[in-house]
Design a protein around this ligand. Structure first.
Ligand SMILES: Nc1nc2c(c(=O)[nH]1)N[C@H]1C(S)=C(S)[C@@H](COP(=O)(O)O)O[C@H]1N2
Ligand SMILES: [Mo]
Length: 252
């Protein structure tokens, strides 16, 4: 309860700042904390900045809700993915034994990991919810290794501010800031509900980002790049989502 009223207080403070002193003042506060999102321009830009900065300042240390095993959804909602490409099917035919994850960019030791390499890293599990922007959600157990371990293995440089991640599906790429990348619940996921991660749910490798909407949890991950700026990626808005009209930051 205390947390909620504190949150209300700070949120109304931020909103009041925006109302009284204008959005420019709020934006200056956000900038001081390094909390200007890549999709900060355009008609919705100031709103994106307010949302990102306010949520980040409020929830810096918070965890996504974890559920008891009894609440795992009997029928997890499988969102449609594009028909699998020939490239994907070729990996599938080999049982994904040749699937690799390339980690590069602002790292001391760029590395290509096989799935068995990733399986040697610390293994953790979380029972969290996937929530789609279209309104549905489900709860599942996700098993994998925190992305922070992988970033540690490759020696991510202190100047890196974002992590960009790519699916084998060319239209699916996202990024998160370093706080979310290093967050203990951000997992490179290889298992779900006691089994391997099914292909429909993003197998063999999915990045689970449980503090943001489902679309940030990209399926079929093949590459991760650390960077200090998102300008050079796509249209420079941070990821595929804002290019299609969705927010880059999708905190829940
Ligand atoms: N590669 C890829 N990742 C993806 C998608 C997709 O179509 N392709 N859909 C996204 C969206 S919009 C949502 S809501 C979730 C859905 O996850 P689910 O199928 O586990 O419900 O996956 C996200 N990750
Ligand atoms: Mo979604």
């Amino acid at each position: 309860m205390r947390k909620i009223s504190r949150r209300r207080l700070i949120t109304s403070g931020v909103v009041a700042t925006a109302g009284v002193a204008g959005l420019a003042a709020a934006t200056r506060i956000a900038a001081r904390h390094g909390l200007i999102p890549p999709d900060c321009r355009g008609v919705y830009g100031p709103g994106e900045t307010l949302t990102y900065a306010a949520q980040k300042l409020l929830t810096r240390h918070s965890l996504a809700r974890e559920f008891p095993r009894s609440m795992i959804s009997a029928k997890p909602f499988l969102n449609a993915v594009a028909p699998f490409s020939d490239a994907f099917k070729a990996h599938q035919a080999l049982g994904f034994s040749d699937w690799t994850l390339k980690v590069d960019g602002m790292v001391a030791r760029p590395t290509t990991f096989s799935l068995s390499d990733l399986r040697t890293l610390p293994r953790k599990s979380q029972i969290t919810e996937v929530a789609c922007e279209e309104g549905w959600s489900y709860i599942a157990e996700w098993i994998g290794t925190p992305l922070s371990h992988v970033l540690h293995e490759v020696g991510v440089l202190p100047e890196a501010r974002y992590v960009v991640y790519y699916s084998i599906e060319p239209d699916w790429w996202e990024s998160v800031d370093m706080a979310d990348a290093l967050h203990p619940q951000t997992f490179l996921t290889m298992g779900m509900n006691d089994g391997d991660l099914p292909v429909g749910f993003g197998g063999p490798l999915r990045l689970r980002v449980p503090r943001q909407l489902g679309y940030k949890s990209v399926k079929f991950i093949t590459r991760i790049t650390a960077t200090d700026s998102l300008r050079g990626f796509g249209k420079g808005l941070g990821s595929a989502s804002p290019e299609g009209g969705y927010s880059w930051f999708a905190g829940i």
